[in-house]
Design a protein around this ligand. Sequence first.
Ligand code: 44T
Length: 847
Amino acid sequence: MPNTSARPKHGRRTRRRRRLEDPARDQLVSSSLESAQQCLYNQDYGTAFVHYLLVLSLAPVFKDFARDSFRFTLFKWAEELDSVGRIQELFDCYEQALETFPDDEVILNSMGEHLFRMGFRDEAAGHFHKALKLRPEYQEARENFYRVANWLVERWHFLMLNDHGRNRKYQKAIQKAVQNGCNTVLDIGTGTGILGMCAKKAGAAEVYACELSKTMYELACEVVTANGMDGSINILHKKSLEMEVPTDIPHRVSLVVTETVDAGLFGEGIIESLIHAWHHLLLPPKSGENEFKDASTTGRVIPAGATVFCMAVECLEIRRHHRLCVTEVGGLSMAAAGELRSPVSCSAEPDDSMEPYTTERLSRLPGGYRPLTEPFTALCIDFNNVHELEGLSSREVQEVRLPVIQEGQLDALAVWFQLHLDEENSLSTGPQEDTCWEQAIYPIHSTTCFVLKPQDELIVEVSCQDAYLRLNSVAVLRDGHKIHLDKQVELQQSGNPIPNSNSEAELCSALACLQTNHSQPEKFSVLECSEMALLNNWDYHRSFSSALSKLISRLKVQTQNQEQECGPSAPDSSLLYVLDVSEGFSLLSLIAAHEGDVKAYSSVEKNKQQEVLRRLAQSNGISEQHLEFWLNHTEDEQGVLQRPSREKLWSAIILDCVETCGLIRQKLMEKASLARCLLEEGGHVFPEKIVVYGTLVESDTLLLESAVQGRQPTLGFNIAPFINQFTVPVHVFLDFSTLECRHLSEALELFVLDLMDANANYTNREVKVQAVSAGRITAIPFWYHIYLDREISMSTLSQNSHWKQAAVVLQEPLEVEAGDWVRLAVRLHESTISISACIENTPVQMD
Ligand code: 44T
């Protein structure tokens, strides 16, 4: 193998020797160049790459000449390294390539793609961003950048900057503190630099700021410079916990300002950051012997403290994303599945693999929610009291009782807080407020539903062990009896008559469960929230079940006819083969196998999830040989690929076309054309067609979430043009049914993707639509009708869909009058939809 890490070495006397040895060097350059070209011709990319590196380091004049071949060699060699899993070497090669061509946008973009595939999203995003800065019209990099910009600069930055109420309150509190004498300030988690700039503008003598995200740090530097404060605010690219006096800041400060709080208050680590700040970065607090000291010689924090509220809710939308709500899926009984849990689960003992809460904007949940209790205070915390901060994690678990106010299923505890900036200014993140905030959601994960009744009291344990607020609904007090919520689940589970052949083992485990009173770890499997919602998507499975059933019956008849004509064939040849290449957990292979005479291949990767499928197969009477795991075989050459002797292998291939976020899956059309080549005669790709629908809307909400709006500077600062560089044209994870918007047109067909017929596809389409009322078109939400076959289809907009919607957001809203015709240019490039809109000037001929 070529040694790709070999780099030309420069000795101490290089300069003199070089001049002397020029002919020898020229000789080496030309022979290496020749070798590089020869190796490239022979497809020995590794060796070619090393030769090119040598040539270009010895003779940079060849850079322009060799650039294209060098890139080609690099990409080919990287592909090879990737395919054999030599990932470190792959990245070493890219780094060497970038040393040679530091400003090559194509290499940067390609390295970004590899990083992205390996899961290094932030780093990938940084590469795409850099490529785009070098060449703004570089389309590939732009599309890649849009795909990852959300990781680089999270969308809530736009919301927060557009929340004028929040901005003004922070500004007021900072102004007051500075005027009262806090003249040295540290902004922890500065983001765009806004709070630090407020402090400076208010007259603080020294302002420091720190930011742990590299992109945000760079952005803050740009913003501060643009506002003429680069000499007066010292920004550090650091986590506050790593800062110390005097290395990072010359002395302790009198004010820390921070908004490092998430929807659950503590998720951004504010407790730890403030404990550290009090010990290392802040002047002593103004209490005890410091009571009468000047504000410039004591320390304080904005926000001064917070009160956390909690309320029990019934909410179907939350329930279907966190619990299995059905007993049967596409004709399969789910009894033997064991407990399936979403990854959001909060117990008193911290478990790293589980998120204690998720976040939602309750007011925008499809189907709404019903409060089952009054809001109650779960916790009060004083950020200016370091002992209280330190005591939080050692505080005893507190038990609080919530009187139930109306009957309903207990689905979740919702949490929000009031942030007390100072004595006068506070922010609330409550569900009723008109703010940018979401609420923290602690879903109940018992498999059974529990109906709370008025007069009941819900007992919740509140703790804060790992600096996360933990809320655990443990029991319900009813008529003087305590009903334990967890025990209820276990008893219910062990009493569940699971139709399993191994009933003795079942009994033993049920017994163990009763004895230990702990849920057995192997008893539950974790599914993503979207996978859980998919299982609960009854329509989806019923549609697949009918479409598969139709196809399988038709193919069985076809085989019988063939046998009648040509005589009986080998016993296995009457089997139909179905491949499900859905991402994540999918039951479709089992649903196919359930039809009988089908050998189904599942792409489920995780061991525990494969076990669930095996258990379900067994309990639903599907023989072991009829379910295979595709990925268990791909490395074994004797496996699936050599299976039947037929030319075309598959009777059906099931593709996963639409991501939960509302976008078409990447490389869908490539996968479809590959799938078509692998079908037997009469075989089918599911779905066979996807129709994209969209509609014109006026929605300020979507604008607020995608860019800093308005021409007015934010609190007098010039921020928008900088952060708006991270605006993306497509908004994802949208709940269109609850989006506040005005509909300006009927829904219309935007685009058709035919997965069964390559010739039917196009990449650009123009459609015209008439505005039904006057307004500003700010967005075009879109969704899909997925046709499994000609008759059976489903919509990603349906009520119990596990899919969300996406929307193209127009940064330049388009004014329309009722009756105007709007021309939409729709483009599909590498599975990415883009839409531009303009008013049609010439009158449209009506058919
Ligand atoms: N989002 C709320 C959470 N940081 C706000 O890197 C409300 C979510 C939200 N830097 C919808 C709506 C909303 N040292 O840039 C970030 C982060 C940085 C630190 C240095 C530290 N110890 C930290 C900790 C965090 O601070 C910035 C702000 S964190 C705010 C989170 C609008 N969805």
